[in-house]
Ligand binder design. Structure first.
Ligand SMILES: [Zn+2]
Length: 472
């Protein structure tokens, strides 16, 4: 990409964390049977009237604030007119001329800042499920509150777009405004990309990319499109302003529609909803829920806990992990040891839970106790895994479990020496291999002692004892 500069802007739709839809009281639950969360309002029956969900406005204000947007005090909705089988009213209630927030920004770990053009509220459409010879319409999603977040064309590479998405998602998750789950469709992203001559002020013709289902998909689609456009330009041909679909299977973009087919949505103010005034007290109230944002937390963690960047990034990547880690460190001030237990055995178990972190009940105090006992040699690796598996969804008393399950590690040399001698006597072949120079063979003997002690021996002490016994 040497002779060109890449220019990328992203348009992200996120579903706001409300119990009910934006203009009616139907549930926003994701997993209910098709067409079970619908009513005359979200189905667009004649004569019905929308009622604006206060919670949706509150969450939208919170996001706008977290992204440093200027909040417009008087807002109104407009109708975006188009026909599609998943849109029963034939128009979508959205914001056009007067978005809720404007002129914000999002800072990235690289130090770059990406401008946010606008954030506005709108309702979602339903879902079409395409079968072989027919299509089904599920209107459960119709009327779900969405926030559209439009960035400035400030990103210069697919990697930067990936970072922007990562930190946008984290920001929204930290302030509890959206789940941002791409698989469930609660975060969707379209991208604009164009190339221009290196250093030139004039922008090139942009292409819109759709149909990316993961952050990686967004990055791959942009990367493919960057190469495709460069090739076209180098060959002296023109880029057409068009919408292209990402084909993840074949890793290519294909034309969906050209500009000539673009819609005219004939926006006009929604006559069934009054203008809304966003009061200062509503804005101040949302400030309370913002707290420390993920990038600030990342910088502070790097400074305070001095863990490697990779580990810090994993901890920051989940709000739960970051606060749990910090609480545990307050109990046992050994960040590295807390981190090892957290990102090792703890995450391993959490990843097997369907509900992930929501299933976790163990307190940070109890967790820190396990880390301390491990560091003091009271319990070994196997003991840690066992006690954690028994406490993680119950928060049972760690000391009681260790006593009940007999998990206290045996480190007494006298006691272990007996088992070490037995292991040596029972395995002459392995001993011969070890003495013949195959150093790794000792691990078999360590394993034998571990078995004899039902996993309770301190493997480090056992290894030392075996080495000493075999030296003679
Ligand atoms: Zn409804």
């Amino acid at each position: 990409m040497q002779e060109f500069d890449t220019v990328i802007g992203l348009e992200v739709h996120v579903q706001l964390n409300t119990e009910s839809k934006i203009f009616c009281s139907c549930s926003t639950r994701f997993d209910n049977p098709a067409n079970s969360n619908i009513c005359p309002v979200c189905c667009g029956y004649p004569g019905v009237l929308p009622v604006f969900n206060k919670k949706a406005l509150e969450l939208a204000i919170r996001v706008a604030l977290a992204l440093g947007c200027k909040i417009n005090k008087q807002i109104y909705f407009e109708r975006k007119n188009y026909f599609y089988p998943d849109l029963p009213k034939n128009y979508q209630i959205s914001q056009y001329k007067m978005p809720l927030g404007e002129k914000g920004s999002l800072k990235l770990p690289s130090g770059e800042t990406i401008g946010i053009t606008r954030v506005h509220l709108e309702e979602d459409a339903g879902k079409l499920i395409h079968k072989e010879n027919y299509s089904l319409v599920d209107l459960n999603r119709t009327g779900t509150p969405l926030l559209e977040i439009v960035s400035e064309p400030d990103m210069v590479s697919p990697e930067e777009a990936f970072d922007y998405l990562t930190y946008l998602k984290l920001t929204l998750q930290y302030i509890n405004a959206s789940e941002c789950n791409m698989e469930r469709g609660s975060l969707r992203c379209d991208a604009n990309i164009s190339l221009k001559e290196k250093g030139a002020a004039k922008l090139g013709t942009k292409v819109e990319l759709k149909n990316m289902n993961t952050f990686r998909g967004v990055r791959d689609a942009l990367s493919h499109e960057e190469k495709r456009q460069a090739k076209v330009l180098v060959s002296g041909e023109k880029i057409f302003q068009e919408t292209r679909l990402w084909d993840a299977k074949h890793q290519i973009t294909e034309v969906m529609r050209t500009k000539e087919e673009a819609h005219d949505y004939r926006y006009f103010p929604e006559p069934d909803l009054l203008d809304f005034v966003v009061t200062d007290s509503a804005v101040n109230n949302e400030k309370k829920y913002i707290g420390e944002l993920p990038l600030d937390k990342r910088e502070r963690f790097l400074k305070e806990y001095k863990l490697p960047v990779t580990e810090t990034d994993v901890i920051i990547s989940e709000r739960f992990l970051s606060s749990f880690f910090e609480e545990a460190c307050k109990e046992f001030n050994e960040p590295k040891k807390i981190c090892n237990l957290l990102l090792g055995p703890f995450l391993e178990q959490v990843n097997t839970f369907e509900e992930k972190f929501k299933a976790v009940k163990i307190s940070a105090v109890n967790f820190a106790k396990i880390a301390r006992y491990f560091s003091e040699g009271k319990i070994n690796n196997l003991g840690v895994k066992k006690v954690l598996s028994l406490c993680i969804v119950t928060n049972s008393n760690v000391d009681e479990i260790i006593a009940k399950e007999g998990l206290l590690q045996v480190s007494g040399k006298e006691e272990l020496d007996k088992f070490a001698k037995e292991a040596i006597a029972e395995n002459p072949k392995v001993v011969k291999e070890y003495l013949g120079g195959k150093v790794q063979a000792i691990m078999f003997l360590v394993g034998t002692v571990m078995k004899k002690t039902k996993g309770k021996a301190n493997p480090r002490v056992v290894k030392e004892l075996l080495e000493k016994a075999l030296k003679k």
